[in-house]
Design a protein around this ligand. Structure first.
Ligand code: MRU
Length: 338
């Protein structure tokens, strides 16, 4: 199974996700600004993978900068590269603590970045272990965007229970939404599921509610970019609508994420900053005009799904239905971590 980011012979390599599924192209990232740029332009994306990318970005900065002020400036550049994923700031806050005490920042931050990557892979495997019991033989599962191997250290969050189910010999089918405008579903999720030999079917985002009925979907599972204390989650734009239709059709709706995505400072989804992406992403399709020049464009990258629509939370610490238990548990863990 591939990794979206890795250190190979001293070089930080990322798999350029804008080139998939056509080309499997790794690019070398040599500076923190190159990393911030790769994040902004979606070459690497997905909340946990963004956290790992930010950690390697700080390492690249420390490799060439002796001045802590310059390293901190690069950290702020990375922090603001994408505002919704909590994992970026969670990782940068952990690194800041190491940086303050370090005598050799480049060495210590590389060690920390590799640890963050290794830990994330372990968390994803644990999510798979706790989530696999939701997947039964013959199930039809719906997912959204990409919360798989490409969005994490490896294995994914929402997709990890599916990889675990495949390993256990459970037979199931996944319905993948295209996920306009960046097509993370058709380009990335369908690609990684197909490469793993998991049966998957692509649908347009507007076929979602109808597919739930005609294909008799058993459950929906998505990732999360930030989880508030009251259990509201921010995830890819369209997740909220998917949760509304799933509730209307009495289909359980689950979200999977590691503790680094939980934000103890966010009381509810109202406090989550939603990234607004460039209007060109909608104004043009493959370089061709998609709308009239005088038409305004609104391109939010995420939306908030309220706690009331979420049937359960799958984390590396277990499966939670009770949001108060989960957040109390998490708060302790998040504090331990930082
Ligand atoms: O804009 P993206 O592609 O970074 O959005 C990704 C998502 O919305 C994922 O569902 C989320 O980050 C969870 S990834 C394990």
């Amino acid at each position: 199974m591939i990794r979206p980011i890795d250190l190979v012979k001293g070089k930080v390599l990322i798999l350029d996700q804008t080139a998939l599924p056509g080309k499997k192209k790794y690019i070398t990232i040599s500076t923190a600004s190159e990393m911030a740029d790769a994040i902004k332009t979606m070459k690497i994306r997905g909340a946990p993978a963004l956290g790992i990318a930010a950690a390697f970005g700080v390492y690249l900065s420390a490799r060439t900068n002796r001045d802590l002020g310059n390293i901190r400036a690069d950290m702020e550049r990375l922090r603001s590269s994408r505002p919704t994923a909590k994992n970026i700031s969670a990782v940068l806050n952990m690194i800041e603590k190491k940086l303050t005490k370090s005598k050799d920042p480049a060495k210590d931050i590389l060690k920390e970045a590799l640890k963050i990557q290794k830990d994330d892979i372990g968390k994803c495997l644990a999510i798979g272990k706790y989530g696999v019991r939701l997947i039964k033989n013959g199930f039809k599962v719906m997912t959204y965007c990409n919360a798989g191997t490409l969005a994490t250290g490896q294995y994914g969050t929402a997709l990890s229970p599916l990889y675990a189910a495949k390993k256990e010999g459970i037979e199931f089918e996944v319905f993948v939404h295209e996920t306009r405008p960046y097509m993370q579903g058709s380009r990335l999720t369908a690609w990684e599921l197909s490469e793993a030999g998991i049966k998957n079917t692509l649908i347009t985002d507007n076929a979602s509610a109808y597919t739930q009925i005609v294909k008799q979907i058993d459950l929906v599972i998505v990732g999360a970019d930030r989880v508030a204390k009251n259990g509201d989650i921010a995830n890819k734009i369209g997740t909220y609508g998917l949760a509304v239709t799933a509730r209307y059709h009495k289909i359980p709706f689950y979200t999977a994420f590691p503790a680094t995505t939980f934000d103890p400072e966010c009381n509810s989804g109202n406090d989550i900053k939603i990234e607004i992406r460039p209007e060109e992403e909608i104004r043009f399709i493959k370089g061709e005009k998609n709308t009239h020049d005088r038409t305004a464009v609104f391109n939010p990258s995420f939306d908030v799904t309220p706690r009331a629509l979420i049937s359960g939370y799958i984390t590396e610490y277990g499966f939670f239905r009770d949001v108060r238990k989960m957040t109390a548990f998490f708060r302790g863990k998040v504090d331990d971590r930082s």
